[in-house]
Design a binder for this molecule. Structure first.
Ligand SMILES: Nc1ncnc2c1ncn2[C@@H]1O[C@H](COP(=O)(O)OP(=O)(O)OP(=O)(O)O)[C@@H](O)[C@H]1O
Length: 277
């Protein structure tokens, strides 16, 4: 799983991934004559704007009665069974469960990297099914940030270069934003350090800053403290809490009790069935 995730996190976003900033201009140019045209123009733009602003009462990411089965040489495995799950803006959810219980499968579905066999994944209340691979990739880049146990930083790039990497093919220069994010996670004095010049906790902070470069609504974290000692884990989790306070929903798959201490709620998967822990 991590390879897919890593590819997505560090791959530059395509130009198609840029926000549709020009749509309003196109509409404005059409309605240039008379008050009626101007009113129409304003109404169209207001409607478009409303359509782009997420409804705060709708969870940014949701699994609705999701079942996932894998068919392989060894027969059919039901990895998830009738899972209902939603992450709200600003909450931190820990997902725990024994090995093989379906945690990675669930993260793959939440990350739009795989499709359920039954049920559906909703993004801001709209089903993801039926969208083209390109739409899905774009929407993933605009909506979801990924953080991994082993950081997945590019060793030859500095902290700033790693953080702005997902924007490589977007118009504009994201260096200032990358610097701001690194300052936010306490690395303002490590901007030009490469990963091997950083501690484990600092690397994870760079990875967290990178996950935020596209202003995601949801952060998906796979064992975010897995490679960190307890004190470093605490500081990374405090950072994650601060990010959630800014309105980002966080889902962290973990075996670490520390993560559950920092979570607003913990859910447990057992044999693909979800329940409160
Ligand atoms: N591609 C696949 N093909 C067939 N079976 C799979 C596939 N991926 C996962 N499984 C099976 O689905 C079940 C859930 O796997 P999953 O990787 O989601 O568990 P997990 O809770 O993340 O485990 P771990 O904590 O060990 O990483 C397991 O029984 C696993 O063997």
């Amino acid at each position: 799983m991590s390879d897919d995730w890593a590819a997505d996190a560090v791959e530059g976003a395509s130009v198609d991934g840029a926000p549709a900033a020009d749509d309003g201009d196109a509409v404005r140019e059409e309605g240039t004559v008379g008050d009626a045209a101007v009113d129409h123009d304003a109404r169209v733009r207001a409607g478009e704007l409303a359509a782009r602003i997420p409804d705060a009462t709708v969870p940014p990411l949701r699994l609705v009665d999701v079942t996932k089965r894998y068919d392989g040489g060894g027969g059919t495995v039901t990895a998830l069974s009738h899972v209902d799950f939603a992450v709200d803006a600003g909450e931190v959810i820990a997902v725990i469960g024994p090995s093989g219980s379906g945690k990675s499968t669930m993260l793959n579905l939440l990350g739009l990297l795989d499709d359920p066999t039954e049920g559906h994944v909703e993004l801001h209340g709209s089903p993801v099914a039926g969208r083209s691979e390109r739409e899905r990739t774009n929407v993933r880049r605009e909506t979801i940030g990924f953080v991994f146990q082993d950081f997945h930083l590019i060793p030859t790039l500095s902290a700033v270069e790693n953080v702005r990497l997902p924007t490589a093919f977007l118009p504009g220069d994201y260096t200032d934003r990358a610097v701001d994010l690194l300052e936010r996670v306490g690395l303002g004095d490590r901007l030009d350090h490469t990963p091997d010049e950083l501690s484990g906790g600092q690397k994870q902070r760079v990875a967290i800053a990178r996950s935020l470069i596209n202003e995601p609504d949801v952060l998906l974290a796979d064992e975010p403290t897995g490679n960190l000692d307890r004190d470093t884990g605490v500081s990374v989790l405090e950072e994650i809490r601060t990010i959630a306070q800014g309105g980002v929903g966080v889902v962290a798959v973990t075996h670490d009790d520390l993560v559950t201490e920092y979570a607003d709620r913990t859910v447990e998967l057992v044999d693909g069935v979800i329940g409160d822990a």
